[in-house]
Design a protein around this ligand. Structure first.
Ligand SMILES: C[S@@+](CC[C@H](N)C(=O)[O-])C[C@H]1O[C@@H](n2cnc3c(N)ncnc32)[C@H](O)[C@@H]1O
Length: 236
């Protein structure tokens, strides 16, 4: 495994997810040892949207991260640039609005969502800061952003064991269960080089978000970052 596996163009990332789409959710559950359901509940609570509000779930993939909003009567828009992932999602949940779009050039008007969220997707975007600026543009002033992403365990001995699991076991399990094991090698490597909790907080501030805070889940395997779009300045 080497850094070359991370040097992908956006079309290659989309094609990779097209490939894994049919087995994406099941492999995800196995690799995360069943933790994803709990993580997802915490993300939905952090978004805290009310029925009737509009939420953008970006890099929504097959829509697993979008479903709880739809189930709660929230108008969720599931956006992703992998048509393969969107097709699997639409087949399973025809009631959800699946829209093809690139996180770095969103097909939505300014200030059009009450909240924006992205689960396990920002790390895969080739220019994540550009995506954070786009999310700011489409979110209403005062609206929330919630980012769930793999992060860095805070307890050093655990971090060592976990990194070993990521780099060795994850690709090995994926080889047995997934149609495209290279995609999981890429995923493991992309988690290893992703910024830590404080660095990601700094990115959020740098791209214009305010009130940035985060919560570690499962010892920091995942971090949930929250932020708010500053209210529009009052006109005199
Ligand atoms: C690991 S999946 C996460 C899917 C879903 N949010 C979940 O929690 O299961 C990452 C998704 O990010 C999408 N993605 C990566 N780069 C993107 C971009 N620039 N624009 C839109 N989607 C992107 C991929 O196509 C993929 O479906």
């Amino acid at each position: 495994m080497n850094r070359a596996s991370l040097e992908k163009r956006p079309e290659e990332v989309a094609a990779m997810f097209d490939d894994v789409a049919p087995k994406y959710d099941i492999v995800n559950d196995i690799l995360s040892m069943g933790q994803t359901r709990r993580w997802r509940r915490i993300v939905v609570d952090a978004v805290g949207a009310a029925a009737g509000q509009r939420v953008l779930d970006l890099a929504a993939g097959t829509g697993t991260s979008s479903e709880p909003y739809a189930d709660a009567g929230i108008h969720v828009v599931a956006c992703d640039f992998s048509v393969g992932m969107l097709k699997v999602g639409k087949r399973r949940r025809p009631d959800i609005d699946f829209i093809a779009g690139d996180a770095t050039n969103l097909p939505f008007a300014d200030n059009s969502f009450d909240a924006t969220t992205i689960s396990f997707g920002l790390r895969n975007v080739i220019d994540p800061k550009k995506a954070l600026r786009e999310m700011l543009r489409v979110t209403k002033p005062g609206g929330k952003l919630v980012v769930a992403e793999f992060s860095h365990p805070t307890f050093a001995p655990f971090r060592t064991v976990y990194t070993e699991y990521l780099m060795r076991a994850l690709p090995a399990v994926a080889r047995k269960t997934a149609s495209n094991p290279d995609a999981y090698v890429y995923l493991a490597e992309s988690i290893r080089v992703w910024p830590n909790q404080d660095e990601l907080s700094a990115w959020l501030t740098e791209t214009g978000w305010s009130s940035v805070a985060y919560r570690n889940l499962s010892g920091g395997i995942v971090a949930v970052h929250r932020a708010v779009k500053p209210a529009a300045p009052a006109l005199d």
